[in-house]
Design a protein. Structure first.
Lengths: 198, 372
């Protein structure tokens, strides 16, 4: 209210971002005033182009600037293996690992009747279509290990089971490099459940 | 285990308070509406991160203040550690050893508290919800992982109830998701029931002899589990799961019709029998009271056997509710081993022997004078 209009508008815009409260917004807005004009222009352009130029891949649902996305177009990747994740950020996490050579499918959420999100509201239908055409042999369900993620994985597994495609769920348990004694009981009991033969 | 120091800021009617406690008996004296129960509530909150009186945390913050803070210094197995609860309009933070604990199951259990308040007499005659809360809280204290499973169960239950409500409106819709949520409900539900069975066996072991003592060998107390799905205490997890599955297949149509989950641990109950008679329906006031007291005293022993140390006991305004014999039996049981907080309007009726050794705190409208 005490700021000139251009800056109070900028503050309002910053508060729309997640994790940014009013104080941080003010700090960021004043920082922008101090920035080089070129940098500010670049910043503004990136914001607009990120929004305008990115779409969802018509095959896997991941965000991309070309359709189909670079992963779906990559012939060196294994078409028979699809990893199902909740979020585009999960794809990036998986890719960092550099060990997964299959393809992805991004659901954009998890089923949660409480929040009015049913199976038709997430990207499941296109997954089922994909499984019909592409000769997929294994589906890896990598949704989050919470109630909704677990329910979504179970739902997909029920849909796909009759097709005979192998369905796997990523393991839950101890983080690498961690200490057993600091693990909480729930994680530890999951780790015990998922133990394997050596 | 005991609490040696407590400080409150902007909590209820306490502006800024700092107290050091006796490691045995602490008597809190004051007229009505001066803040005795608020002090008890603060100690309870430190253990469970929530109030025994209200689910609305905002009520705990002093009028026109931004936040309330409770800090305590706990001594357990000869080690001292701080606990802290901060409540603001934005939410609640629970810190153990100065570190914020995001998950309830990581916080609860650090400090063990057993409270006996006038409303606990409702344990026997009140609604099933009161008894479920009792059993859940007590298991949570000795088995923090239970709190996690309970929270998961409640989340699945909410999801399933939402879905059933949707299906109620359009019963012809696809039911795959219902089957998924039923599986999830059973997974957590069966675990909860099984843990409750194991706990009940322990509770029974302690409560029966205690009850016999309080009733001067006249009454035998029996506790049973009234299950909404026909499972029994001799069953293990592998046996419980298929029985649950069958039950939910049977009631699916009815559940969709009613739009809600009709069976599971959230519909179970505890039943108490004295000399073979259901205390809730046929017991006298006195028997109901004795039963509640036996359960609370059994809890103290149970925690001692599971955790290795006696919990802290809070007796909020209950001494006056008990007759002489029960009162002295209670004081006798705790003497010399359990740190106890007793709130009362006057010291009359409490044995002098106990009072002589106790720390005495006089509460007057949000300020406390230490008499001894």
């Amino acid at each position: 209210m005490y700021y000139p209009e251009p800056i109070s508008k900028l503050i309002d815009s910053f508060t729309k971002l997640p994790g940014i409260g009013p104080k941080t917004a003010v700090r960021l807005a004043f920082f922008v005033l101090e920035m080089e004009e070129d940098d500010v222009l670049d910043f503004a352009k990136s914001l607009v182009s990120a929004k305008r130029e990115l779409t969802h891949c018509s095959t896997c649902g991941n965000i991309t600037d070309q359709d189909p996305c670079s992963i779906c177009q990559d012939d060196s990747r294994d078409n028979k293996l699809i990893c199902v994740v909740q979020d585009p950020k999960d794809v990036i996490a998986m890719e960092k690992m550099k060990e997964f050579s299959g393809k992805y499918h991004v659901l954009h959420g998890a089923i949660s009747p409480m929040d009015g999100i049913g199976p038709e509201d997430i990207n499941v239908a296109s997954l089922i279509n994909r499984l019909k055409d592409e000769g997929v042999e294994e589906l890896i369900l990598a949704t989050n290990p919470n109630v909704e993620g677990e329910a979504t994985a179970m739902y997909i597994s029920r849909l796909v089971k009759p097709s005979g495609i192998r369905i796997t769920r990523i393991a839950h348990g101890l983080p690498m490099g961690g200490d057993l004694e600091y693990a909480d009981e729930v994680t530890l009991s999951k780790a015990m459940e998922g133990r394997r033969e050596l | 285990m005991h609490i040696s120091e407590l400080s409150l800021r902007s909590f209820r009617n306490y502006n800024d308070l700092s107290l050091t406690f006796d490691d045995q008996i602490n008597v809190i004296i004051g007229d009505n509406a001066q803040g005795k129960t608020n002090l008890m509530e603060a100690i309870y909150l430190l253990a469970f991160s929530r109030s025994h009186r209200t689910p609305r945390d905002k009520e705990l913050i002093q009028w026109d203040k931004e936040y309330a803070k409770i800090k305590g210094s706990i001594i357990k197995r000869n080690r001292r550690f701080p606990l802290e609860i901060i409540i603001s309009n934005k939410g609640k933070k629970a810190k153990l050893n100065h570190i914020e604990q995001k998950r309830l199951s990581d916080y609860i259990g650090a400090m063990n508290v057993v409270m006996f308040a006038p409303e606990d007499l409702n344990l026997v005659k009140g609604s099933p919800q009161v008894r479920r809360r009792f059993i859940d809280m007590e298991i949570g204290q000795v088995q923090p992982a239970y709190v996690y499973h309970l929270a998961q169960y409640q989340k699945v239950l909410k999801q399933r109830n939402s879905l059933l409500k949707d299906l109620q409106r359009k019963p012809e819709a696809d039911r795959t998701m219902l089957a998924v949520l039923t599986d999830q409900l059973i997974e957590h539900g069966a675990l909860i029931v099984e843990r409750r069975f194991r706990f009940l066996q322990l509770l029974r072991k302690w409560a029966a002899p205690i009850h016999e003592g309080i009733s001067r060998q006249l009454e035998a107390l029996e506790i049973t589990y009234d299950a909404s799905v026909k499972v029994s205490e001799d069953m293990d997890l592998e046996t419980i799961v298929p029985i649950y599955q069958e039950k939910f297949t049977d009631i699916e149509t009815k559940e969709v019709e009613r739009g809600t989950t009709l069976a599971g641990p959230h519909r179970d109950d505890l039943m108490f029998f004295v000399n073979g008679k259901d205390v809730q329906t046929y017991g006298s006031q006195g028997q109901q009271r004795t039963t509640a007291l036996s359960l609370k005293l059994a809890e103290i022993e149970l925690i001692k056997s599971e955790v290795g140390e006696y919990p802290i006991l809070l007796l909020d305004d209950v001494l006056s509710e008990l007759d002489d014999f029960r009162r002295s039996h209670l004081l006798h049981t705790i003497q010399g081993k359990v740190q106890t907080f007793v709130s009362t309007t006057s010291v009359e009726g409490i044995e002098h022997e106990v009072i002589d050794q106790a720390g005495i705190f006089r509460v007057d409208n949000g300020t406390i004078d230490i008499e001894k």
